[in-house]
Design a protein around this ligand. Structure first.
Ligand code: MN
Length: 390
């Protein structure tokens, strides 16, 4: 038996306890929680078969009362000595995609990002389209290419057509980019024809992850009219391996920055809160941006209510992401197309002027949020390296 040592100031203290899926030395995957720099095997700790699984889905499907009860049991068990066989050093485990992803929807909830992209993609017109302040705009992404942090991202090929070219050609993207986002995981779903009300968010959403929505801007700019993003996005979407439970984010709740015009009634309610999550984006080890989630225009509950407003089902394992998080300052932009203003204002990375991603580049997005009593809640990171086109 041992007591788990938590490094001073660790954002993975007992008030966080994010869930992940790990394996050790080729053994089977298990559900675990992170405490400090240790990973706790919940099957070994609690003897509950639901944690001897390759994803969080069986546990998440049990619903919010079970999530709360399990969190209490884990906290109580970790308060005392823990059996040796239930504890692994973080450096000794392999972390897997924590969730079998159901559907994947990506929103566009940052006003600063939407306005920046509007200026870059549609110069000379109104940056925000007329619907933007009435509904959280989103599109359906490709769930099958959601990958866990650390997975290499092969530079995608596709049709590219520059504004001055008569016809497209086919080849590797020349404008490979990132989007720093927060994603929400549906734990308990809803039936066909049902709406999830604005105040029922916590009944359905299990937790949050970091998302990097890799984007090929040249492919995107040519293909997106009139049906939205497709192959410029679907080649890879990376998520962090730790799912921070919603219960760990209570202290991070903040009011929304303000919505004008007032949204329709199904988008209004007591849960119109945002989250004070601070992200950091590192490009080849150098921090280039600190996107603030607290500035997002549309709330997580509004996104979920809108996603099911037509009676579409939500299912265990569904992922819906916020869209790129950008604040008002240049150093708060969550994509490189914004940071480099379409490639016209290079960013200095390790002394070199840079615009879009080159082969071998590595991007690392991390985040923390306020926890109880002045502590911080860590999300860990979502990282990926660009591999050459094939
Ligand atoms: Mn996105």
């Amino acid at each position: 038996m041992n007591r788990i040592q938590i490094p001073d100031g660790s954002p993975f203290g007992p008030d966080n306890l994010p869930y992940g899926v790990f394996s050790v030395d080729g053994g089977g995957p298990r559900v675990g929680v992170r405490l400090g720099d240790s990973v706790i095997d919940l099957w070994a700790l609690l003897g509950d078969e639901v944690f001897a699984a390759a994803s969080l889905n069986p546990f998440m499907a049990q619903g919010p009362e079970r999530w709360a009860a399990a969190r209490e049991r884990v906290r109580a068990a970790l308060d005392g000595p823990v059996p040796d066989g239930a504890v692994h050093a973080l450096r000794d485990v392999r972390l897997h995609l924590p969730v079998e992803i159901g559907d994947y929807v990506d929103f566009y909830a940052s006003e600063h990002h939407a306005a920046n992209l509007g200026r870059l993609f549609r110069p000379g017109s109104e940056p925000l389209l007329p619907n933007w302040k009435h509904l959280p705009v989103g599109y359906h992404g490709r769930a099958g290419t959601v990958v866990v942090s650390g997975t290499g991202v092969v530079r995608p090929c596709g049709q590219r057509k520059g504004p001055d070219e008569d016809a497209p050609d086919f080849g590797p993207t020349r404008r490979l980019d990132i989007e720093a986002e927060l994603g929400f995981i549906v734990g308990a779903g809803s039936g066909l024809g049902q709406r999830i009300g604005i105040d029922d968010f916590a009944e359905h959403v299990f937790g949050a992850v970091l998302v990097n929505d890799w984007s090929a801007r040249d492919l995107q700019a040519w293909e997106y009219v009139p049906l939205g993003p497709h192959l410029g996005k679907s080649f890879a979407t990376s998520v962090s391996p730790w799912v921070v439970p919603l219960a760990a984010l209570d202290a991070a709740r903040v009011p929304l920055p303000g919505q004008d015009p007032r949204p329709l009634p199904y988008l209004r309610g007591g849960e119109d809160w945002g989250l004070d999550v601070e992200l950091g984006v590192e490009w080849n080890g150098e921090e280039v941006s600190r996107p603030p989630y607290r500035d997002m225009y549309w709330s997580p509950a509004q996104m979920l209510a809108h996603m099911t407003a037509n009676g579409a089902t939500a299912r265990t394992g569904d992922l819906f992401a916020s869209g790129t998080i950008s604040g008002p300052e240049r150093g708060q932009r969550g994509s490189f197309i914004e940071l480099s203003w379409g490639g016209s204002e290079p960013v200095t990375v390790k002394g070199e002027p840079r615009t879009f991603l080159e082969d071998g580049d590595e991007v690392r997005i991390s985040a923390t949020a306020p926890g109880p009593g002045g502590t911080r809640i860590g999300f860990g990171e979502v990282a990926g390296k660009v591999l050459p086109a094939v």
